[in-house]
Structures are given as structure tokens and as C-alpha cells.
Design a protein around this ligand. Structure first.
Ligand SMILES: [Zn+2]
Ligand SMILES: [Zn+2]
Length: 261
């Protein structure tokens, strides 16, 4: 049994794929362990959600999975918020930002702010943020994308980021994500499409809900929650379709929901 000291909490800032629903956000999570506060992805609307919970000066680090708009749309304005906190002297420490190699415009804007400490990471990187150990694997997506495993005191949270995952693929192609997610106490997995859309999902570098369930089962995760929802259909169908293949309860996320790992 983990003590409270070893607990990670994951607060949902945004769970939409592509663009945010009204008043909500695309991908973003606030991962906390004690005083350590990690912003994981910074999609459209994420900064407004984050500021309801904490100030930018309270952040320990930012981790970005990939450079698609629905994961980085608010990264530029986050940089402006850091700039203001520097001018107001509410933040004097650098803010480490871990991400795959950004494009030249994004890189220029990040490097322009002296308090942003940019670290380019890849699937070989291991990062310690406070006591939280962070590892990555490269996913199957049209741009370079990293799934993320965060671990502290034996408690494990894994986020798939964006990825295709076809159980019919060769073991070599499909093993990265289940290896990363193996035995996770919480696995938040993207489910961008519904049953029957497997071909579209694979082409777009995404998963259907049944594939997310199968992946959770193959990785023997203890708790499975879906994210990155489409703007059509009924999201409860995603849950039911994933439950059929996971063979256990699967959760849908809501804004500012707190998941204890
Ligand atoms: Zn996405
Ligand atoms: Zn993406």
C-alpha cells in the first residue's frame, strides 16, 4: 500500500482531440506529487483551465508529447505568462520544458524567454522532475510523438499521447506502448475514434476505443481511462467499446476531474 507521500494526482485540464468543446480544452493534465507540479501537454484552452488551479509560477516543469496544435496551442501564451511572472518577480527560477525538437518558430519563441529552460527529449531520455521519474517511448503518429510514463515510489501513471496501435501489427511495431504501460496504476489512453473506424484511425495515427481497450488489457494496466475524444457520436459508446476488449471498467474523463494514482 503506497503512503500518501508516494501518491501522484492527475488533474484533467482538457481531454478533447482536435479542438476544444465549449469552455473546455484539448489535451492537458496537471500531474502533482507533493510540491512538484508538472504540466503535461498544453493544448488549446489548457492555460485558462490551469489558472483555475494554480499560478504559472508554481509549475515545476512542462512536458510536451508532440507538436500538434491540440497539444501545444497554448505553449506560446504560457511563455508570455512566464515572461510576466519574471517581470513581476513572482517567478525567478527557470521553468524546465521537456519536448521533442520544436519547429524553428516555436523554438525561437521559447528561447526568447530567459526563464524557459528548453530540453529536447526523445525515446531514450529519462528525466527526473522532483521525485518523479519520467520515461518515454516513440508512438505511431504522423509527427514525432512521445508517450509518457511518470513514476514515483512505485506508483505509475502512463499517458499514451497520440498513437495508432494495431494489434494485428508485428510485435516489433506494436510493443513500445504496452511495454511502457505495463502494470500502470493509471493508463490514460487516447481513443479518437469508434469501433469500425480502424482503417481511418490507423491512417491518422490514432486508436479506436476497442484498440485502446485491447492495449490496456495487453499491458495489464490496473486502471484505464480514455481521452482525446471526437466531436461526433456518443462518448459513452467509446467507454462501452473499450470495456468490451479491456474486459473491465473503463473511465471517461471530465474537466478538472482529479485521478489519484
Ligand atoms: Zn492530438
Ligand atoms: Zn497528434
Amino acid at each position: 500500500m503506497a503512503s500518501r507521500h508516494d501518491t501522484l494526482t492527475v488533474t484533467v485540464l482538457g481531454y478533447w482531440g482536435t479542438y476544444p468543446g465549449p469552455g473546455e480544452a484539448t489535451t492537458g493534465f496537471l500531474v502533482e506529487h507533493g510540491d512538484t507540479k508538472i504540466l503535461l501537454d498544453c493544448g488549446s484552452g489548457v492555460l485558462a483551465q490551469l489558472l483555475q488551479l494554480c499560478d504559472v509560477q508554481d509549475l515545476s516543469a512542462v512536458v510536451v508529447t508532440h507538436h500538434h496544435h491540440d497539444h501545444v496551442a497554448d505553449l506560446g501564451v504560457l511563455t508570455y505568462a512566464v515572461l510576466l511572472s519574471r517581470l513581476m518577480k513572482t517567478r525567478t527560477e527557470k521553468l524546465p520544458a521537456y519536448m521533442p525538437q520544436p519547429g524553428s518558430d516555436m523554438k525561437q519563441s521559447l528561447l526568447a524567454e530567459p526563464l524557459i529552460d528548453l530540453h529536447v527529449v526523445d525515446e531514450h531520455s529519462t528525466v527526473a522532475i522532483g521525485d518523479v521519474l519520467v520515461r518515454f517511448v516513440c508512438t505511431q503518429h504522423p509527427v514525432y510523438c512521445l508517450a509518457v510514463r511518470m513514476e514515483v515510489g512505485g506508483r505509475v501513471f502512463v499517458f499514451s499521447a497520440d498513437s495508432a496501435w494495431d494489434p494485428q501489427s508485428s510485435v516489433a511495431v506494436r510493443q513500445g506502448l504496452p511495454d511502457l504501460a505495463r502494470g500502470a496504476d493509471l493508463f490514460v489512453c487516447e481513443a479518437s475514434m469508434y469501433k469500425g473506424q480502424e482503417s481511418d484511425a490507423k491512417g491518422a495515427g490514432h486508436m479506436t476505443a476497442p484498440q485502446a481497450g485491447l492495449l490496456g488489457r495487453e499491458a495489464a494496466v490496473r486502471r484505464l481511462a480514455l481521452t482525446h475524444y471526437p466531436h461526433y457520436g456518443e462518448h459513452r459508446d467509446l467507454k462501452m467499446q473499450a470495456e468490451a476488449t479491456y474486459r473491465g471498467p473503463v473511465e471517461l474523463l471530465s474537466t478538472r476531474q482529479v485521478l489519484t494514482v
